[in-house]
Structures are given as structure tokens and as C-alpha cells.
Design a protein around this ligand. Structure first.
Ligand SMILES: [Mn+2]
Length: 314
């Protein structure tokens, strides 16, 4: 007898992709008690967009990415990887980080504590924003655990502006540097195509035109030379992609990376000592046909395959 004959809802039985509840990233199991979980990686949503300077809406990013990720579940062993992720890496979804709306400081505190709980249980974090401000509390937790980390940062903007406000998605790396959270000598920004102070800029920059002219292999060479064997955190602002590939974001900038280029760069990060990633600035209200949410979900999934591959799986 088939499942359909004995079960009546998608909570009870495997469904085709259009019937999934889409509640967790990649339909990974939900986890709340990290110390009792065997997960290697914990996914968290951070539905926060109060630090946005342009169009708001990234509070719906985590659910947009989760919903789009349902389209990626069927493949099992994602092309071109020759293994099934679930056979080599345990991933769980912890749901969304809580905070009081209108009180951003509660997000700052809860998010840092949440990520610290994940890291103290010897797991790593994959965090879905939310606007880019959320990376600052995440990096505070990472630096507390690991010391200053190398950063690979994809973005149209450097987010190093010094003149912003306390809660500001354009200033987080300015604060992260000042707080000593980053190993700037081994950090690099990729896809930049907006103005920043060239003098005393602490990071190496591969601007979008350079990446588009030279391609993923040359870009990877520069990234790997910069981060070396350092513990490396990756932050992916979806506006690093061209608006043609990621229209659903608050501050799009023309002439960015293709999704193909970004995927090839992340796929090529094998061998880098990756310890965490976030995907931020997905704003589904401006999206079309889930292009942006799907790009975000795919980039995050590719990162998980790289983590599995880094364990020596062929
Ligand atoms: Mn940006």
C-alpha cells in the first residue's frame, strides 16, 4: 500500500516538492538542544531588518531561502558532487533567533548568545539573514571562540563606513575591525562596486569588474593566497550578485557577479579552513520567481558540500 493510501497530510508522508511544508532549510531536522544534537552544522534564521538603509524586507529572508531550498532537496547528491551530503555531514535547523521588535539590542544579545551556544557545542553556524548588521553579533561569538578570524566577504559594498548609526548594515565591518574580531591581514572582499576609502582600507579588495574580467579560477587563487590556512568565516551579501541574478535585495547595484561565478568560487573553496558562513540581504518582496531566494539557498548548500568535501570525502 502506498504512503498516500495511509497518510492524509504532508506532515505524515513524503510529498513532491510543491507539497513540502518548507519549514526548515533543506528539510533538515529541527534542533533546539545543541549539546544533545549530533549535528555538525546548525542553520539559524535571523529575521531582522531594522539596520537597513535602503528598502526593508530582509526580515522575510530566512523563510524565503528555506522555502526556495525545498527545490534543492530532491537531488540528494547535488551536481557535480559525487556524494550525498546527508551521508557525510549532519545539518540541523534551529529556527529563527528571537528578539523584541523595536528593541534591536535584544537581537544583538540573543544572536551572539545563540551563536556562542552553537560554537560551544563544537558545531559551526550557517546563518540566514536578515540584513548585514546581523553578521556583527555572529562575528563577536566567533571571535570569542576562535580569536580573530579571516574573512571572505562577497558584497557590492565594503560595509566599512565609519559614519553610520549604532545599528547599521553599512558599518558592521568597520566595527568588526575596531573590535578586533577579524584577522584583516588575511581577509578579502569580493564583488565590490561602490565607493570606499581607498587609503587605510584594511582588506584586500577584488572588485566586481576584476572578478568578471578574470573569472572564478583567478579569483580563487587570490582568495586562497590571502586567507592561507587561517580559520575563515565567509559572509555572502546577496547583492554581491548582479541584480539580474539577485533582484530581491534592498540595495541592488548593477554589474555584479553571476550566480555561476559565485558558485564556482564557493565550490573551489575546498581546502580552505572554513568555520562558518552567512547569507544575508535576501528580501523576497522585491524578488521575481524566487530567483534571489534560490540563489541564496544554492550558495548556502554549496558551502555545506565544501564542508563535507573538506573532511576528505571524494
Ligand atoms: Mn551589500
Amino acid at each position: 500500500m502506498s504512503d498516500i493510501a495511509t497518510k492524509t497530510t504532508s506532515a505524515d508522508a513524503a510529498m513532491p516538492i510543491y507539497g513540502s511544508l518548507g519549514m526548515t532549510f533543506m528539510e533538515f531536522p529541527i534542533v533546539s538542544n545543541f549539546s544533545e544534537s549530533d549535528a555538525d552544522v546548525v542553520v539559524s534564521g535571523v529575521p531582522f531588518d531594522m539596520a537597513t538603509s535602503g528598502r526593508p524586507g530582509t526580515r522575510f529572508g530566512p523563510q524565503g531561502i528555506r522555502q526556495a531550498s525545498v527545490q534543492l532537496v530532491w537531488e540528494g547528491a547535488r551536481w557535480p558532487w559525487q556524494f550525498a551530503l546527508n551521508d557525510h555531514l549532519k545539518v540541523a535547523d534551529s529556527g529563527n533567533v528571537l528578539f523584541k521588535h523595536g528593541e534591536p539590542q535584544t537581537l544583538v544579545e540573543n544572536l551572539e548568545a545563540h551563536i556562542s551556544n552553537i560554537l560551544d557545542a563544537d558545531k559551526s553556524a550557517l546563518t540566514l539573514g536578515g540584513d548585514h548588521f546581523i553578521t556583527l553579533p555572529v562575528l563577536r561569538a566567533y571571535a570569542k571562540k576562535h580569536g580573530p578570524v579571516a574573512l571572505v566577504h562577497f558584497d557590492a559594498h565594503t560595509d566599512t563606513y565609519s559614519g553610520g548609526s549604532k545599528y547599521d548594515h553599512g558599518t558592521l565591518f568597520h566595527h568588526a575591525v575596531n573590535e578586533g574580531l577579524l584577522d584583516t591581514e588575511h581577509s578579502i572582499q569580493v564583488g565590490i562596486r561602490t565607493t570606499y576609502e581607498l587609503e587605510n582600507h584594511p582588506f584586500e579588495v577584488l572588485d566586481a569588474a576584476w572578478v568578471n574580467d578574470h573569472g572564478p579560477a583567478a579569483t580563487l587563487e587570490r582568495i586562497k593566497a590571502r586567507v592561507g590556512d587561517k580559520k575563515t568565516y565567509m559572509s555572502f551579501d546577496i547583492d554581491g550578485l548582479d541584480p539580474a541574478f539577485a533582484p530581491g535585495t534592498g540595495t541592488p547595484v548593477a554589474a555584479g557577479l553571476t550566480t555561476d561565478c559565485a558558485l564556482k568560487i564557493i565550490r573551489g573553496m575546498q581546502g580552505v579552513n572554513l568555520i562558518g558562513m552567512d547569507v544575508v540581504e535576501v528580501a523576497p518582496a522585491y524578488d521575481h520567481a524566487e530567483i534571489t531566494s534560490l540563489a541564496g539557498a544554492t550558495l548556502a548548500l554549496e558551502y555545506l558540500y565544501v564542508l563535507a568535501a573538506n573532511r576528505g570525502i571524494k
